[in-house]
Design a protein around this ligand. Structure first.
Ligand SMILES: [Zn+2]
Ligand SMILES: [Zn+2]
Length: 255
């Protein structure tokens, strides 16, 4: 049984065949998922999907690329949603220096506000990091995010950055890129992450694992991520999936 901790089934790419995608996930043994919302539209979509399916949960937050659009009303709305029975985390939130729609200082402020909210409502946070590792680590430390912990999603940083995040009570989650032939760094990090802090995800429809690289990703493919990590950690697929399922349930406080 697999827990895909980061899916965007709320994306337009799944509008036409969502039921089939969920069906294929179940056939592949993906029994649990968290649908991540990151702006007004995708948060509503994540909640609708989570409400309609057993064992599908939602995370709600504001994406750093769109940080400039987040208002105080949005933040108040996130606070309200934190008590929704299917909301298990806040995010994704973080920093993304690849795109320049939102200036860095605004991204940082919106990130800090969401960490403070997570501490107030006591939910773990899901971190999006693109080309901003050091600033992410600094802000997590300054805001004492270790009080809530959470997930470094689709981790692509160095072993040093991973260790800094582990020290702050975070889990490291791997997605499709760990399966890429040339993915030296994620493979190195996967070997180092303690078993009780390891998670798997697809981030679908993005970042499909090998051999589907470049195609639309879907939750059923999380199996390929699990197989790759089991191989790297020299353990059986069953052991790996059991451990990551337990880790996710514990983190998200799911019985
Ligand atoms: Zn992300
Ligand atoms: Zn995502």
């Amino acid at each position: 049984m697999l827990f895909d901790t980061h899916v965007h089934l709320n994306a337009d790419q799944f509008e036409e065949d969502l039921a089939e995608v969920i069906q294929r996930a179940q056939e592949a043994g993906v029994t649990h998922m968290v649908v991540v919302g990151f702006d007004e539209k995708t948060i509503k979509g994540a909640l609708a999907i989570a409400e309609a399916h057993e064992n599908i949960y939602a995370a709600v937050g504001w994406h750093p690329v769109d940080a400039i659009d987040m208002t105080d009303q949005h933040l108040a709305w996130l606070e309200e949603l934190a008590s929704h029975p299917k909301v298990v985390a806040l995010g994704e939130m973080g920093l993304d220096y690849h795109w320049d729609k939102s200036p860095k200082d605004i991204q940082k402020e919106v990130f800090r506000k969401q960490i403070r909210l997570a501490k107030k409502v006591n939910l773990p946070i899901i971190i999006h990091n693109r080309e901003a590792s050091q600033d992410i680590v600094d802000i997590l430390r300054e805001e004492e995010a270790s009080q809530v912990g959470g997930i470094m999603h689709c981790f692509s940083g160095s072993v040093e950055i991973a260790k800094a995040c582990l020290d702050m009570n975070f889990h490291i989650s791997f997605g499709g890129p760990v399966t890429f032939k040339n993915a030296k760094k994620p493979k190195e990090v996967a070997v180092e992450v303690p078993l009780d802090r390891l998670l798997i995800e697809t981030d679908c429809p993005y970042l499909a694992p090998h051999p589907y690289r470049g195609k639309r990703n879907e939750p059923a493919y999380v199996e390929l991520v699990a197989k790759q990590i089991a191989e790297l950690k020299e353990m059986t697929y069953e052991e790996l999936t059991k451990q990551t399922m337990e880790n996710a349930k514990k983190l998200f406080n799911i019985m």
